[in-house]
Design a protein around this ligand. Structure first.
Ligand code: PMP
Length: 355
């Protein structure tokens, strides 16, 4: 086995150049200046990284001045709780239920807001995407999960509603051009397309910050966070460093439009291979298929263990489905090269031939 092809759903693969910069950063601590994890987050070096990170994120997301960028910690799940506290306190909020992650978001939101399910695809096992039912008067926002990492379904475009849209974009941020400016708020953990775990990117339209109740502890308040930019407390500095390195790598690749074209090619190649096979199956409605997380099963699930063992022997890792769902999954984040998907497609054919 020579090359490792990493299809992990998250934490996901890093580009070799980014991994190298992380190694260099830790190595410099032993023989040069201290590494970034050993110096003050209020010092010049970290503040420079923070400023460059904010600028690079704003540029790649094409964020207008109307939107505030918050660099938080706690992962995407912490936002499941903070969002309703800040944007829908004592009000009602609507959610689309489209899979594992939006379900968890709904569960967390229930303790601070009254939640209406505006659409659900639970009845068909989350293999399609629902429409949006008329929203009750006074609905604070409509929340959706742009890409359901575990179920392999993705909204091709944001849903349409006459209230602010709020999106969990954890597993698709910066994977394709996206109308971020149309959203009232969105958030993403970093360990998929943005680097490593430890940083959570949160964007909120400035006028919505007014909703953040003054009674919230400042550490949980979006409004208080923006007043203490770039951070109120000690951040996971190596995660900020990794995301900056990732965005600089993205620049070198030609930016979002270039990786988007590659991502579309990777997904098309893999879905075509699954669709022409009589061993593997993806039963997501074609219009709802995720470009980032391709879920699939063996027609005979009893053979899954043999498949994973053979894949692992050939250097393919991270192909297990989400633990709550089972089956198989290949995640095709920005850092996954087209050549890895070509190799996977060849392996799928070879395993089928041998079966
Ligand atoms: N939302 C989505 C769409 C995810 O894929 C994940 C992680 N896989 C999360 C939320 C949770 O992220 P975290 O572990 O950073 O809380």
């Amino acid at each position: 086995m020579s090359t490792v092809h990493n299809f992990s759903a998250g934490p996901g693969a890093l580009p070799p150049a980014v991994r190298h910069r992380l190694m260099e950063e830790f190595a410099r601590g032993s023989h040069e200046l201290p590494a970034i994890v050993e110096v003050s987050h209020r010092g010049a070096r970290f503040l420079d990284i923070a400023a460059r990170l904010q600028a690079a994120l704003r540029r790649h997301l094409q964020l207008p001045d109307t939107h505030e960028l918050l660099l938080m910690s706690g992962g995407a799940q912490s936002q499941f709780a903070l969002l309703p506290m800040n944007l829908a306190a004592d009000a009602r909020a609507a959610y689309l239920e489209t899979g594992h992650w939006s379900r968890l978001a709904i569960r967390q939101a229930g303790s601070s807001a009254r939640i209406d399910i505006a659409g659900s695809s639970a009845a068909d096992g989350f293999r399609s995407l629902p429409g949006v039912a008329p929203l009750a008067p006074g609905t604070a926002y409509l929340h959706y999960c742009g890409n359901e990492t575990a179920n392999g379904v993705q909204f091709a475009a944001p849903p349409v509603a006459d209230v602010p849209l709020v999106a969990d974009l954890s597993s698709e941020i910066l994977s394709r051009p996206y109308p971020y400016e149309q959203l009232g708020a969105f958030y993403a953990c970093a360990q998929k397309n943005l680097g490593i775990a430890g940083l959570t990117v949160v964007v909120v339209r400035r006028d919505l910050l007014e909703r953040s109740p003054g009674t919230l502890p400042p550490f949980l308040s979006y409004r208080a966070w923006t007043a203490q930019a770039p951070m109120p407390n000690t951040p996971c500095s190596i995660a900020w460093f990794a995301t900056l390195a990732m965005l600089e790598w993205l620049d070198g690749e030609g930016g979002v439009p270039m990786v988007a074209a590659r991502n579309a090619a990777k997904a098309a190649l893999l879905y075509a291979a699954l669709d022409r096979s009589s061993l593997y199956v993806n039963d997501v409605e074609p219009a709802a298929r995720s470009q980032m997380n391709v879920t699939f099963q063996l027609r005979d699930p009893a053979r899954e263990a043999a498949f994973l063992a053979a894949a692992s022997a050939e250097g393919f890792v991270g192909l297990e489905g989400h633990r709550a769902i089972g089956g198989l999954r290949a995640s095709l984040y920005n850092a996954v090269p087209l050549a890895a998907v070509e190799a996977l497609v060849a392996f799928l054919a070879e395993f089928e031939r041998r079966s």
